[in-house]
Design a protein around this ligand. Structure first.
Ligand code: NAP
Length: 302
């Protein structure tokens, strides 16, 4: 049986926090939503956008009536946010978060709030934009949300967090936090690192001018620039927090890159074709799973 949730507090009102608040207001109008952000500018913007019932200036005030608190701040700010809400929490309030890495965040939240049920979660959904105006209620529709409770987490609190994400449109999977970090290192963190690298490299090549890079970007470069435009603070924190899994995945990537480098140098067309045929099949599986648009060019309208 899930614990009843009548009031949710969202701390951090950027892309993800504001999307959670919007989705709760739209899909679960019986649940009250209070918001807080450390930034006065963001609080003013959130008040003007009106996606919470109330925006509190202080974190502890924002959570005072909450049955569930969702921390939607950068991973490196989770401990600060947990300490700031601590004095205002109800005794039975559940603490969750939306951080992109999970093992370190879970440990930090449990250490900062030892008397509360901590149920970490990660909605695998987002865009390259940030801030309260970038959020939207349907962000989580059909996307996965990975919940990573500790083995001794209370079952009724896990059920409450699971139910909430399902009601916000997500499909929920429960996973060990360390396994989550390894999976996401492959599917999200490494692709971001590669995109940040390629876009940086291309802009610094001496033989090709920056205006040529921009002019001919439709050749593939453009698709990396979308990912490489993602929030610098959020991604700095993700790489620092998920260091071990990212470095292990990067090691494997470097080995595979060397294999392809050798195939090109040796003129081994069969190796290249075989490799690219396998990767094309992965793209087709992602479309078949409903995780991307089957239209050419990622469904962009021209
Ligand atoms: P965002 O748009 O930059 O929003 C984060 C907000 O939190 C900012 O307004 C920030 O204010 C505020 N903040 C920072 N420290 C705070 C604190 N101690 N107390 C209260 N507010 C604080 O970032 P986001 O994309 O929503 O990401 C939020 C979380 O979601 C991160 O943990 C990220 O890993 C995770 N996530 C992101 C995505 C994605 O695609 N973006 C997807 C899934 C999960 P300042 O700007 O003034 O610091």
């Amino acid at each position: 049986m899930a614990r009843d949730i009548g009031h949710v507090a969202v701390v951090g009102l950027g892309l993800i926090g504001s999307s959670v608040a919007r989705a709760v207001k739209e899909r679960l109008p019986h649940i009250a939503v209070t918001g807080h952000d450390a930034s006065e500018t963001v609080r003013a913007e959130a008040r003007a956008l009106g996606f919470c019932d109330r925006i509190a200036d202080e974190a502890a005030d924002a959570v005072a009536a909450a049955d569930l608190v969702i921390l939607a701040v950068p991973v490196g700010r989770m401990t600060d946010a947990a300490r700031a809400i601590a004095p205002g929490l109800k005794g039975d309030a559940i603490i969750s978060d939306v951080g992109s890495s999970k093992a370190g965040v879970g440990e930090a939240l449990r250490a900062a709030l030892p008397d509360h049920a901590v149920i970490p979660a990660h909605p695998v959904a987002g865009t390259e934009n940030s801030g309260p105006a970038a959020g939207f209620a349907s962000l989580f529709d059909g996307r996965w949300c990975i919940v990573t409770p500790a083995a001794d987490a209370p079952a009724d609190a896990v059920a409450a967090v699971t139910d909430l994400w399902q009601m916000l449109g997500a499909k929920v999977e429960t996973m060990d936090a360390a396994h989550h970090d390894m999976v996401l290192a492959v599917t999200s963190h490494l692709p971001h690192l590669i995109a940040y690298t390629i876009v940086g490299t291309a802009s610094e090549l001496e033989e090709v001018t920056e205006s040529e890079v921009i002019k001919y970007s439709a050749g593939g470069f453009r698709d990396f620039t979308r990912i490489a435009a993602s929030d610098p603070v959020m991604w700095r924190d993700v790489f620092l927090a998920n260091k071990d899994a990212v470095l292990a995945t990067l090691q494997r990537f470097n080995e595979d890159l060397t294999v392809l480098q050798q195939a090109i140098r040796r003129g081994d067309g069969a190796k290249l074709e075989d490799w690219f045929t396998r990767t094309r099949a992965i793209r087709r599986s992602i479309i078949a799973e409903g995780q991307d648009d089957p239209a050419p060019d990622f469904g962009r309208r021209h």
